[in-house]
Design a protein around this ligand. Structure first.
Ligand SMILES: [Zn+2]
Length: 355
């Protein structure tokens, strides 16, 4: 018989974009309503969070909107070609950030995703930073995708595994690494098998859609994100690792809001899928479909939390089999714009977070 409810510890979002300003005011409450104990806050603002001062100020702007919630915004440092190893260690030891985020950019300054143009162009030049991070056990959160124009879009992740990630692991055997928003089955095999303190975050949408979804009903910007969804065999492979309970994989939504106007424009639609409104329910659907409820709690709420300095919550949350209508978009009547389209918005979801 199918369960009608599942109770697990409150969860933690290991990869979240909350942006800034009006957008922050609109999207942060969505994650708070989802009862997350906290989240790894991505640093790719228009002005990247690349110093202690900026990270503190950004954390203050988020904290000011918590409205009494115990949510912990875990800040990250945006690594650039100019980041000083001493500042990395100082910010970590002072508790300003809990990890360092690696974006890469090519020589033209083109990055792999939103706000990555300031990313690292000279990876070898960053080895002194990795050395300091290894010494102090500061996690490296890597967006591992090759950014060169001659690398096929759908192979960007596996090319980066071979070319960027493997040499880093070899040179820094004690460096904790998180492979962000993993999508490629070959990368999943690598993370699952390699002898290293490495883990991977997986989004809800990459567990649910393959690359066909970007072309449903014509070009479909609602399903365009980075890394782009991959072919079905990769989606199935990644999902198998996740719902079979492999402890190296954990939930990181990569919920990435954009205003509708930049998301739906015909030329140059922005990459990113917004799932913060229903992330818990979406992940629950996946584990339900795979008859794997015993692994939902670890994936959402336990796996490798210690890496971020977080504990498994002693409070629980219950998700019930109860249909509800997911809104098409979120916005604020007070603020007016932006308006953010919701992944699967307009659909009826079969699971609802009860509290
Ligand atoms: Zn992201």
């Amino acid at each position: 018989m199918k369960e009608n409810s599942v109770t697990i510890p409150r969860w933690f979002d290991r990869h979240l974009h909350v942006r800034d300003g009006d957008m922050l005011r609109i999207v942060l409450p969505c994650t708070l309503k989802q009862r997350a104990t906290g989240a790894i806050i991505m640093p790719n603002l228009a002005d990247p969070i690349s110093t202690i001062e900026k990270a503190k100020a950004y954390r203050d702007r988020i904290t000011a909107l918590l409205d009494g919630s115990d949510f912990v915004p875990c800040m990250t440092l945006y690594l650039t070609d100019h980041t000083d190893p001493e500042e990395v260690v100082r910010g970590f030891e002072e508790g300003v950030w809990r990890a360092v985020k690696l974006y890469m950019a090519n020589q033209k300054g083109q990055g792999g995703t939103t706000g990555s143009a300031h990313g690292v162009k000279d990876l070898l030049g960053r080895y002194p930073v990795f050395e300091a991070m290894e010494k102090h056990k500061i996690p490296l959160l890597g967006h591992f995708e090759a950014v060169e124009e001659d690398v096929d879009e759908f192979d960007r992740e596996i090319v980066s595994v071979d070319r960027d990630l493997k040499p880093i692991l070899k040179s820094f055997p004690g460096l904790p690494v998180v492979f962000e928003h993993l999508t490629d089955g070959r990368a999943a095999d690598f993370v699952a098998e390699v002898d290293h303190n490495i883990h991977a975050t997986v989004t809800a949408h990459h567990l649910m859609i393959n690359r066909n979804a970007m072309f449903w009903g014509g070009m479909n910007p609602g399903h365009y994100c980075k890394p782009v969804p991959k072919r079905e065999t990769h989606r199935a492979k990644v999902r198998q690792y996740v719902t079979s309970g492999n402890r190296r994989f954990g939930a990181g939504t990569d919920s990435a809001p954009h205003d509708e106007s930049v998301k739906s424009r015909c030329y140059g639609c922005a990459a990113g899928i917004f799932t913060a409104l229903s992330a818990v329910e979406l992940y629950t659907m996946v584990f339900d479909e795979d008859n794997a409820f015993e692994h939902l709690g670890p994936f959402l709420s336990e796996n490798f939390l210690a890496l971020y300095g977080m504990r498994v919550s002693s409070e629980t949350m219950t998700i019930e089999r109860q249909g509800w209508h997911l809104p098409e978009s979120v916005s604020s009547q007070l603020i007016g714009t932006p308006t953010v389209k919701v992944f699967k918005g307009g659909a009826d979801l079969p699971w609802k977070l009860a509290g």
